[in-house]
Design a protein around this ligand. Structure first.
Ligand code: HPA
Ligand code: MG
Length: 214
């Protein structure tokens, strides 16, 4: 089975008016970049690719909150199907990482939650994150897992942004490679808003202004 990312071209944008968007976000978005249905299709295949590579060995899935909550549940469901003949159940764990304010990284990465990260010691861990752009959040998390003494790690990302990385970090399984645009929806936020939006969208200048913190 050949594994490949789905690459979204720079100019790929669909009209917001062609989609069902919650009323509360009227005027806040300028385009749909990845419709929710496409995410679901892609996650199904990604789960098969992950299973083909990792096989039936025991696996702990680590959800990096909050951004990956939708991707994580979709991926776990598809992985359960992909591993249906597998003798070993998967386990799920949750961790919270925060670095973004407005549209940029604060440069400070806070790892919170999962009070007992040590539980992952000696395990095969699939880190499930929403997006990789600077690479710094993921790199910090992987080095933390390394210090704990996990057996092996892989990374599954919903999105990988076409930007220069501050640090090189392993991106083992990527659903979509996207242009360098600030996007929201399907778990991804702008100052905690838009996570509940199903489609992955670009914001309008009005939306950016409306929910700006600083
Ligand atoms: N949108 C939302 N959150 C993010 C992004 C983005 O484009 N990049 C990193 N965190
Ligand atoms: Mg965020």
């Amino acid at each position: 089975m050949v594994y490949t990312r789905a690459i979204i071209p720079d100019d790929f944008e669909l009209p917001v008016a062609a989609f069902d968007i919650p009323q509360c976000y009227n005027g806040d978005l300028s385009a749909v970049v990845i419709p929710e249905g496409l995410v679901k299709d892609r996650v199904r295949r990604l789960a098969k690719d992950i299973h083909a590579q990792i096989g039936d060995q025991p696996l702990a899935l680590l959800c990096v909150l909050k951004g990956s909550y939708k991707f994580f549940t979709a991926l776990v469901d598809e992985m359960t199907n992909a591993r249906s003949s597998c003798p070993e159940p998967m386990t799920v764990d949750f961790i919270r990482v925060k670095s973004y304010e407005d549209q940029s990284s604060t440069g400070q990465i806070h790892i919170m939650g999962l009070s007992n990260l040590d539980e992952l010691k000696g395990k095969n861990v699939l880190v499930v994150d929403d997006i990789s752009d600077t690479g710094r959040t993921l790199a910090k998390l992987l080095s933390t897992l390394d210090e704990i003494g996990v057996k092996q790690t892989w990374t599954a990302l919903l999105l990988s942004k076409r930007v220069k990385r501050d640090v090189d970090v392993r991106e083992d399984f990527v659903a979509f490679e996207i242009p360098d645009k600030f996007i929201v929806g399907y778990g991804l936020d702008y100052n905690q808003k838009f996570r509940d939006l199903g489609h992955i969208c670009v914001m309008s200048p009005a939306g950016i202004q409306k929910y700006k913190l600083s």
